[in-house]
Design a protein. Structure first.
Length: 85
């Protein structure tokens, strides 16, 4: 689960990293607030779009189990653990 969260954070930060790299390439300071302010909304929207697209693609291409999850239950006084069919 932590890997998925870190992966989504990295994907969200890709537009910001690309913009900072472009500022360095254009010989501007990536630490200058005036360079970031006009682009802030676009970068957030681009990062959100990338995260949403990755979650949709993960949902569409993730492996599926044919059976469902069987809940833990008691049989003859013994606990049978839950499992996938």
């Amino acid at each position: 689960m932590l890997r998925l969260v870190l992966q989504e954070i990295l994907l969200f930060s890709l537009p910001f990293l690309a913009f900072a790299a472009w500022l360095l390439f254009a010989r501007r300071s990536p630490l200058d607030h005036a360079e970031w302010k006009p682009q802030w909304t676009r970068l957030v929207l681009a990062g959100s779009f990338i995260v949403i697209a990755s979650l949709v693609m993960t949902g569409l291409t993730a492996p599926r189990h044919d059976g469902g999850y069987v809940l833990p239950r008691f049989e003859d006084g013994r606990l049978v653990p839950g499992h996938f069919r």
